[in-house]
Design a protein around this ligand. Structure first.
Ligand SMILES: CC/C=C\CC(=O)SCCNC(=O)CCNC(=O)[C@H](O)C(C)(C)COP(=O)(O)OP(=O)(O)OC[C@H]1O[C@@H](n2cnc3c(N)ncnc32)[C@H](O)[C@@H]1OP(=O)(O)O
Length: 300
């Protein structure tokens, strides 16, 4: 029997009117967009619109590490939906407002010590974010200005183009096996599509986190540039992509990506059930506990 997935907080949030950021974000003119244009967003997602260019920069700011908690996923989804539905925008640049960290991936605390209903709700939101970014009609460029493991890597892989800052600390990859967990088939599919079967096989089994030079060589990112040029490079790449007529690019993107997305769309509930069964196992909870303890101990 299909698991019934409650989506209460997510649904509630999606029904909420568009939230404007109190304080800091509001009133700050968007960079390069003239005086009249203001940033907007939500507590964890700052959106800097450049209507003249048809581009919005979406900055993730869920400190300390931009882990993808349920609330953060919800805010990202709301921002993306808002931008998708606004004809002003043809492209978005996803980047981080947390120094040195693009995203630490899925929030382990949403999966550790939680009941099955919560895990199901969380996983549905993870699926939702992936589908929205991966199938977005907008051009999506990742300006990856920090480390990007696991779910952070999935988010990057779902962009149309990835620019990574050249800092040896900014590794990227699907490192799930290092945590004693398994990347779901759709994470795997996106990696295989990006770097090929053999490279993905090794990277997934060994939980590789590629430093920038290796990331470029294997093709998990498209470009590596000095750290202070990540945003400007993303903007120039965006201009190239926006030179293509939208309808032609969008239909082509759909042609290429739909089969991969359909594999999940055809079995979303089953995927949620699998995830909940897997993550609820004692052995997996133990692995997560050990990993979280390691993170704590690292601090000394
Ligand atoms: C089934 C598929 C499932 C999962 C896919 C995933 O995405 S699983 C998540 C995989 N992510 C990782 O392996 C990254 C883990 N984090 C790190 O390696 C480091 O935190 C990082 C990102 C390199 C940053 O290091 P830094 O030294 O700057 O910070 P620190 O480690 O001290 O972390 C600060 C606090 O954040 C907590 N934290 C880190 N990552 C996560 C996370 N993914 N989820 C939840 N919480 C996370 C960390 O424990 C620290 O907490 P604190 O309470 O301050 O001790």
């Amino acid at each position: 029997m299909a698991l019934t997935v409650g989506l209460r907080p997510l649904t509630r949030a999606l029904l909420r009117p568009w939230a404007r950021v109190p304080g800091a974000a509001l009133g700050r003119p968007a960079a390069g967009s003239g005086d009249g244009v203001r940033c907007f967003g939500s507590p964890r997602v700052l959106v800097e619109p450049d209507p003249a260019a048809g581009v919005a920069v979406m900055k993730m700011r869920n400190p300390p590490v931009n882990s993808l908690s349920l609330e953060f996923l919800t805010e990202l989804l709301i921002s993306l939906e808002k931008l998708e539905n606004d004809k002003t925008f043809r492209g978005i640049i996803i980047t981080s407002d947390c120094p040195g960290i693009f995203s630490a991936g899925l929030d382990l605390l949403e999966m550790y010590g939680r009941d099955p209903a919560h895990c199901a709700e969380y996983w549905k939101a993870v699926q939702e974010l992936w589908l929205r970014v991966y199938l977005s009609n907008l051009v999506v460029i990742g300006a990856i200005n920090g480390i990007s493991p696991a779910g952070g890597c999935l988010l990057s892989l779902s962009c149309d183009y990835r620019v990574l800052a050249n800092n040896p600390k900014y590794a990227i990859g699907l490192n799930e096996t290092l945590l004693g967990i398994i990347a779901p088939f759709w994470f795997k599919d996106v990696l295989v599509n990006t770097i090929g079967h053999r490279a993905a096989e090794r990277a997934l089994q060994l939980g590789f986190l590629f430093p920038p030079s290796d990331a470029l060589q294997v093709g998990i990112v498209d470009q590596v540039v000095p750290e202070d040029q990540v945003q400007s490079t993303a903007r120039s790449v965006m201009a190239q992509w926006l030179a293509i007529p939208d309808h032609a690019r969008q239909l082509t993107k759909n042609l290429v990506r739909k089969p991969t997305a359909d594999r999940l769309l055809q079995q979303r509930d089953a995927d949620i059930q699998n995830f909940v069964r897997f993550i609820s196992r004692d052995s997996i909870q133990k692995s997560l506990h050990v990993y979280l303890e390691k993170l704590k101990q690292k601090k000394g």
